[in-house]
Write a protein that binds this ligand. Sequence first.
Ligand code: ARG
Length: 455
Amino acid sequence: MKLWGGRFTKEENHAVNDFNSSISFDQRFYRQDIRGSIAHVTMLAKQQILSDEDKDVIIAGLNQILSDLESGTLTIDPESEDIHSFIEATLTERIGEPGKRLHTGRSRNDQVALDMKLYIRDEIDELDQLCHELLTTILSIMENNLETYMPGFTHLQKAQPVTVAHHFGAYFEMFTRDRSRLSDIRRRMNLCPLGAGALAGTTYPLDRTLSASLLDFDGPTLNSMDSVADRDYLIELLSALSTIMMHLSRFSEEIIIWNSNEYGFIELDDAYSTGSSIMPQKKNPDIAELVRGKTGRVYGALMSMLTTMKGIPLAYNKDMQEDKEMTFDAIDTVKACLSLFNGMISTMTFRKNVMEKSAMNGFTNATDAADYLVGKGVAFRDAHRIVGELVLYCLPKGIGLLDMTLEEYKSISPVFEEDIYEAISLKTCVEKRMTIGAPGPDAMKSVIETYKASL
Ligand code: ARG
């Protein structure tokens, strides 16, 4: 049954019906639609626009529809135009006359704007929870690896030694910012569009502040045209989701590299790896690769949404129905990625000896050797050149700075003494970096306390 049949004389063409319909994807917010309608009739009765008897019958009918949908006794009719039509038609079928009064002082334009906001708010809460769980995993990896040495890289070339705690701390920062972006968006979007009508409000004496508070909004929106035309918060959300995926994707890329035969820094749990149909020896990091790959579709949703909105005159236009599928897909994708990624890193093991050995070679202590000379009064530029000569000396021999004899050191600069070995040991290189934000275990410990408090 159509909500708008009165003005029409012909039945709609089938292909047109299908093209126009959104029931296949907007059925996922039936709970939000019912919740919004209950708040709406509660407010209508309070304002004496609807009788208390009608209100009670409508609310009982809506609650029954909700429980029948949940239990599967009622199934959604795929021929309905959208979830709003389906629920209203079912209600009227069941309770008769009062069902027809539900839509008083409301349009599907403010209704869909409301449903989408209610749905997104719930999803933001779930996304936040998943980020929180990931941060908890990262934090526990940090606590267990304060002295697990590994090389830090720039240009994917070994640079200076760090620890696993320090490396993972970088991701703790990223996902913390992601959470704060989600909470900014939730706060900014949390104004209720209900009562905006089609675009120009209504002539009924609605109490929009009451509707807003019944639905846990901070207040009503203040411009009825913007209320039904605004999808900014979806663009913001898709941007925040894209950033989460960008972080997950970089992290995945590192896991893939670390898991390679050449690096061997980590070993993924069997449950989070897959094999090859032809090569029996393979154990592939498919989960990390899929997370990296799925980043593309989330970026795509952001681009689609920006493009869909860019040419729409005020107020509602049907283009805006296109906001749903891509947003839902992006949310589902990010939720799955956060959860699987979390499972993957919480079960993987670090091959600490391999990481430490890798941190020892590749001259990661060269900067510290230069700093050692500075400590003995050599100017930094001269120290830099001297250590460069040491590296040049070591390279063809296939040795590291710690393998050189004191005589060899002295032949390049007489400033070197026996204490050079202690000064450029891996332990010293890391432990001496103790300013806030650096990898030294004492510095890390105090940062970890701050992180714990933030969770
Ligand atoms: N299915 C529509 C949407 O998702 C609901 C709003 C329809 N409003 C209208 N005037 N046709 O946007």
